[in-house]
Design a protein around this ligand. Sequence first.
Ligand SMILES: Cc1ncc(COP(=O)(O)O)c(C=O)c1O
Length: 512
Amino acid sequence: MVGSRRLLIKNGVVVVYVVLSVLRWRSHRILRCFDRMASALASVALSAPFARGVPLPENPMVQRIGAGKIHDNRLFKGKAFRRVSMAVSVNVSRFDGVTMAPPDPILGVSEAFRADTSDLKLNLGVGAYRTEELQPYVLNVVEKAEKLMLERGENKEYLPIEGLAAFNKVTAELLFGADNPVIQEGRVATIQGLSGTGSLRLAAAFIQRYFSDAKALISSPTWGNHKNIFNDARVPWSEYRYYDPRTVGLDFDGMVADIKAAPDGSFVLLHGCAHNPTGIDPTPDQWEKIADVIQEKNHIPFFDVAYQGFASGSLDADAYSVRLFVRRGFELLVAQSYSKNLGLYAERIGAINVVCSSPDAGTRVKSQLKRLARPMYSNPPVHGARIVANVVGDPNLFNEWKQEMELMAGRIKNVRQRLYENLSQKDESGKDWSFVLKQIGMFSYTGLNKVQSEHMMDKWHIYMTKDGRISLAGLSLSKCEYLADAIIDSFHNLFTAALLVSKLVRPSKVNV
Ligand SMILES: Cc1ncc(COP(=O)(O)O)c(C=O)c1O
């Protein structure tokens, strides 16, 4: 009896609340008065013990705001905040239609790593260089360049849309070689970008605007963000074969066949060096053949160079593929990043270069890249650009940088060698682990599948992306033996189960 009376009262409160809300929506004149009454009723309804668990109806005004019809709306003036906060108090949001985004694959790995309290834990997920003590590393040349900048008392004025002129000059020279005819003849349109990702995104927007019928071809597998970038820019893409799980090597025939089968005039995304995630690069001879088929099909090469100098330790050797295509007369695009080779991850410094057949085309392309950049971010940040310009533009700092890069690349090579030795010595099955040595750059693609990679994390506290990629830049010599034990255990003991599961579950394509 008492219960039904309470329910009656509560329903009464709710009905009055709805009526007031509707009236409030209709009439501006009595807005202030109803506002107070509706607020009071809402708080009565919420504070009453029987209100718990019985949702109040939605405020029609809030729905209207949610639908975006907010022009000429007094809600945003004067009483607006009270009205909005009341909506919050009854648990209704104008953002109700916004669904939860899936967690970022790589940040998810790092979060899980941070939450793990084991002393054994090892983060091989993130593609960032660590010292032998597994600490982040700021290059000496970067510190010197920053000191120079402070001494000069440089200002923080806006850069032009295309970025810092001194940076654009040295970045193109570093990539193509200062004496390259395309530089001498002024045929390269270079603009500073927000690191590798931002530069790729700008190029994708350019493709979407000027080649709306063209599609992009990306390797399978590739760096996970390539798909996001083309999706967001609304550039259709498809994959060409790249990785052969049987050999843990390059599926060269598959790659060439797929590039050949693509519609003429496609943009072929190629990793300039140190392919992410596989660490498998074509040989010089294979690059020539790839160039042949791209030429034959009238495709446009689009290089992503995120690891120049980091793959082999030599800036020139790592620019081999790009320079080959330029030598062969292609018009092409190249996105550059200084996140890895100068350790400027957080400075967001990179560039997009478009090699054109004439200086006039270069000028026009550059003007359109600037036009795309202006509404996106207006102009790029200056700090990282000055660091690069100072390091590359100063012969002493440049030489020092090359030595530091050799040290970083050398440490990764040592770790790679040690891991291979541990795997070969400890694995009694006789499995051939030499693919670890053949891969190049920061990463090794272990061949472990999703289930095996999860086992690495669950049992061994080793965090890696679920496609089996490990970052050797996050590994020290002293941890190689432990890692080898974990890989051998995961590979052999989960082999049958993993095979079964991989038939049921789509393979994970997660990496950064
Ligand atoms: C292949 C590839 N391209 C581009 C990037 C872009 O990196 P950032 O935006 O930090 O320069 C990365 C980073 O991991 C990468 O691996």
